[in-house]
Design a protein around this ligand. Structure first.
Ligand SMILES: [Fe+2]
Length: 277
């Protein structure tokens, strides 16, 4: 994920310009993520846990409408039926369209959802700039929360899209090209961490979700952690070393799933014929 500095929405106390810039940056980034896509890509729900791209686009927009614009008053919903379609887990806000059926909708169209986003973007930026009725501290926090919520959905959008595109035997690429760090991974080493009482949870002045606080103490057993991530090359060695046939290398629940699902490689790995992955 790209950096959002200097319009990073992690700062709690933002002036109007900064708030508007953060809003534009986050909303524009969602648009950039969708630029390689065709409307057909945006409507597919490849399994119940996947939401169509169009749903992410509308749901994140509905959040600002429902929790910022509507409570401020003087705002008319873009389409009152969208609340039913694009609400998700907010049970207190009313009934919801079933999650597993999000891929059955052909309307609103992707183009209508982009219209919806533009309309709500305009209304939010008007509200931020409204000097006669400035945003209250609570409304600024809601706006900030909405930006973090949208960034969560940017990750979800990509995760879901990966599964969607992987269903297609034509193997459509999200963005054509090959990716390389350009340099070999540093040698792998293990770092030891002693047992003890540690503090976890958020502390500070910036934004945090309510499930990240209060900061509190927990006891940690000693553990070791590698100094870097596993490379794809190392994982290919694990497969070549019969890693998927050796129960001693798995925790029991993982091994049970491996056998049940007949795993032999990571979900998105395919062999080029009998050659390399
Ligand atoms: Fe959400």
């Amino acid at each position: 994920m790209e950096s959002f500095s200097p319009a990073d929405p992690s700062t709690a106390l933002m002036d109007h310009d900064h708030l508007a810039a953060s809003f534009r940056t986050v909303r524009d980034f969602t648009f950039q993520l969708c630029e390689p896509l065709e409307p057909e890509d945006c409507c597919i729900q490849s399994m119940p846990d996947v939401s169509p791209t169009r749903w992410h686009l509308a749901h994140t927009t509905w959040f600002f409408e429902q929790f910022l614009l509507a409570p401020r008053g003087g705002y008319q919903a873009f389409d009152p039926q969208f609340a039913f379609l694009f609400n998700s887990y907010y049970n207190t806000v009313g009934v919801q369209f079933p999650r597993g059926q999000r891929g059955l909708l052909s309307r609103p169209t992707v183009a209508q959802v982009w219209d919806y986003r533009r309309a709500v973007d305009g209304a939010v930026l008007d509200a931020v700039a409204d000097e006669t009725r400035p945003l209250s501290a609570e409304q600024r926090e809601v706006l900030l929360l909405g930006l973090h919520h949208e960034q969560q959905h940017q990750e979800l959008l990509l995760t879901d899209l990966k599964h969607v595109l992987a269903q297609n035997p034509l193997r459509p690429q999200y963005r054509p090209g090959t990716f390389s760090s350009g340099h070999p991974a540093p040698p792998l080493a293990w770092r030891d961490f002693p047992e003890g009482i540690v503090e976890i949870g958020f502390s500070g002045d910036g934004f945090s979700y309510d499930n990240e606080s209060p900061r509190h103490r927990v006891f940690l057993e000693s553990f070791r952690l590698a100094n870097r991530l596993t490379t794809c090359g190392e994982y290919a060695e694990f497969i070549a070393d019969n890693g998927y046939q050796r129960p001693e290398l798995w925790l029991s629940a993982g091994w049970a799933t491996c056998c049940e699902q007949q795993w032999s490689a990571p979900l998105y790995w395919f062999r080029d014929g009998t050659g390399p992955w």
